[in-house]
Design a protein around this ligand. Structure first.
Ligand code: WTA
Length: 652
């Protein structure tokens, strides 16, 4: 593993700083650095104060039991996440407040108050119980961005079932693998969902997935609309499939919430790692919800009157924590949108912001770069004056995009929070606090209160440029990898001592103590904010009958951050052709999902390897980036690289 070649020298020349505007600061939840003292001197006590703001069916007495790498937070307490996100808001003025304002891509809208949410979630929870779902069972969710996605997650939480949401863009095969790994017996899907004017045939994909696994006994199907069913040719399998609306029709809106131990798993969410197999990241109940609530309130300075919109998909961790659990635990109003940002026109997001009076907006750098490319006339058509805070997540943001965001979306008045975190961390760990932090374009600034982050070198010494490490446990930390304890220890807790978390990112720290995240140091890619394992793409490629060997690397892409470049050797007698390039790209998209489609495929008769047979990715990356060659003396056949490089320059 080598830290990525940095762009830090460019960043260092980034001198622009922005203090919180006085008007913002005056009303912010955190406006005085003194509020952070307690978190420093007694982080556990401080987290416990947050936890006590939740409703506990049985109060906890012990805050943290830390036996590295196993942490148990609030572990003698009991609570229910759905109760905390819904029921506890029903006795006061929030009862009739909008919890969810949803807009479908075709323009249909639905709004649910907290009262409505309670009814919908409870009826579905009873429905799931009627299908035999019990506490601890896994339920797979493969849905578009529709309210039922949130209902399904919360219904599972209500009855203590563990959900595993699979992003709707994943292929049938990826869905089947995830169902198998988590041993899910129930799948919730929809006939389809809208994306850029087309219907994504989710049920058809699900049917295909279920031909590959026989674990699923019941499939609940949301009718996104009868049109959708007609377009996608939904076929219901007798005794296995049930329409969502039929399932909930006769269910009572009264569904007692299970009293869960704080350490019971709330969900599993798969993310890419350095092997061909994605890992099921396991999150807890009490610790997860505590930090989801705390970070949402403080990072987004969430207030009762806010209209908060996070544009992520619920299939990713950002959708879990910052569309569903964090905002609802705070009793916020959440906007949820089904479709593409450029449908039917490139102003769709700004139209939504204006229409619902969005005040807090959270999106990804990739999206911001696309908006920049489309031009400021699109947001310029809309009244965005209600916006008061902007956020970004998922990848490093280049200063140019940051400045554009600030000016053209934030009207030079909204603070920007660049938030660093991961599927594994469950919630935000490094971020500005908008009322107190001086921001600089390109840095996620400092650890959230109660979080201890640093930079270490291979030997575990503190440095100002190295591997990002978290040195104390935090409440929403992952509790494991589903079914694979060894991989959990090995991946995150073995680089230094067992109590220090290896994040897999390289970073630098400046004189003010700001963290500048540079990107992954392992073999995972970040394409448009989505994590993709190079090994996953490689395994997909070698499953194609024409392919003998494949090596996948990331290269810089102006829009997506990184793009996938694949170096492929073909089997004897398989001719290289343009058609094969197209076919291989399609093959990967079909196997994994469109997000993993390679941008470049280059045929080569050999791959550069060390004498021990390890593929030298650094060289391939350099070739893909068109950079000068580095040291090749450890190569078995240095000439391979020279030839590859020449070819890449000609063809790439
Ligand atoms: C990257 C997404 C720079 C990082 C929440 C991390 C970032 C990976 C930032 C996790 C940021 C996320 N600045 N890089 N603000 N936020 N990353 O699991 O490489 O999908 O390790 O979680 O995204 O991606 P994941």
């Amino acid at each position: 593993m080598t830290p990525p070649e940095n762009t830090f020298d460019d960043l260092l020349t980034e001198e622009r700083t922005f203090d919180p505007p006085e008007e913002f600061r005056a009303k912010a939840h955190v406006r005085d650095p003194e509020q952070l003292e307690r978190a420093k001197s007694d982080p556990e006590g401080w987290w416990a104060e947050w936890a006590r703001q939740l409703d506990w069916f049985k109060p906890f007495h012990e805050v943290l039991d830390w036996q590295p790498p196993r942490a148990r937070w609030f572990h003698d307490g009991e609570l229910n996440v759905a109760h905390n996100c819904i029921d506890r808001h029903l006795d006061g003025p929030k009862r009739n407040k909008a919890a969810l304002i949803w807009e479908g891509e075709p323009g249909d809208t639905r709004t649910y108050t907290y009262w409505d949410l309670h009814r919908e979630v409870s009826r579905l929870a009873n429905g799931l119980r009627s299908l035999g779902v019990e506490r601890g069972d896994r339920v797979a969710i493969y849905l578009p961005m529709i309210p039922e996605a949130a209902f399904s997650m919360l219904a599972c939480a209500r009855i203590g079932a563990i959900h595993s949401v699979v992003f709707g863009g994943f292929s049938p095969e990826s869905l089947a693998d995830r169902i198998d790994d988590a041993d899910a017996r129930v799948l919730i899907t929809a006939d389809g969902g809208y994306r850029r004017g087309n219907v994504v045939p989710l049920k058809r994909n699900a049917d295909e997935a279920l031909e590959r696994t026989d674990r699923v006994e019941k499939v609940v199907v949301v009718a996104r609309g009868w049109n959708v069913s007609r377009t996608t040719g939904t076929r219901m399998v007798p005794d296995r499939d049930v329409w969502y609306h039929d399932l909930v029709e006769d269910q009572s809106a009264d569904c007692p919430a299970e009293s869960m131990n704080a350490e019971d798993p709330l969900f599993v969410l798969y993310t890419s790692g350095t092997t061909g197999r994605p890992k099921g990241i396991v999150h807890s109940t009490g610790g997860y919800l505590t930090q989801a609530m705390a970070t949402t309130r403080w990072v987004f300075d969430l207030r009762d009157e806010d209209v908060y919109w996070c544009t992520a998909d619920v299939g990713w961790i950002t959708g879990h924590t910052y569309i569903v659990y964090g905002p609802l635990a705070n009793g916020a109003t959440v906007v949820m949108y089904e479709g593409a940002p450029d449908f039917p026109r490139r102003n769709r997001f700004w139209e939504i912001c204006e229409k619902y009076g969005v005040t807090v907006f959270y999106t990804a750098p990739t999206a911001i770069r696309a908006f920049m490319g489309w031009g400021e006339e699109w947001p310029g058509r809309h009244d965005l004056s209600r916006l008061r805070l902007l956020g970004t997540v998922g990848e490093p943001i280049n200063p140019e995009a940051w400045m554009w965001y600030r000016e053209h979306i934030g009207g030079n008045r909204c603070p920007i929070v660049d938030t660093w975190w991961q599927t594994e961390t469950g919630s935000i760990l490094i971020t500005p606090l908008p009322g107190v932090t001086t921001t600089r374009p390109g840095t996620a600034t400092k650890p959230f209160p109660g979080i201890s982050a640093t930079l270490l070198n291979e030997g575990g010494e503190e440095v100002d440029s190295g591997y990002l490490a978290i040195t104390r446990p935090w409440p929403s930390m992952l509790r494991g990898i589903w079914g694979d304890d060894e991989r959990f220890r090995e991946t995150y807790w073995s680089k230094w001592d067992e109590g220090t978390y290896f994040a897999g990112d390289g970073a630098k720290r400046d004189a003010q103590g700001n963290f500048w995240i540079l990107g992954r140091v392992d073999d995972t890619l970040n394409v448009a904010g989505h994590r993709i394992g190079t090994m996953e793409v490689e395994s997909a490629l070698v499953e194609h009958p024409a392919v003998a060997e494949a090596a996948v690397v990331g290269r810089t892409d102006e829009l997506k951050g990184q793009a996938i470049a694949a170096f492929v050797t073909l089997r004897e007698g398989r001719p290289r052709s343009e058609e094969l390039v197209v076919a291989l790209k399609e093959h990967v998209a079909t196997k994994i999902g469109a997000i993993a489609r390679p941008a470049d495929i280059l045929f080569t008769s050999d791959l550069p390897k060390t004498r021990s047979g390890k593929i030298m990715r650094r060289l391939l990356r350099d070739i893909a980036e068109g950079k000068a060659l580095g040291d090749t003396t450890t190569l078995a056949d240095p000439a391979v690289v020279e030839r590859l490089k020449e070819r890449y320059e000609q063809e790439g």
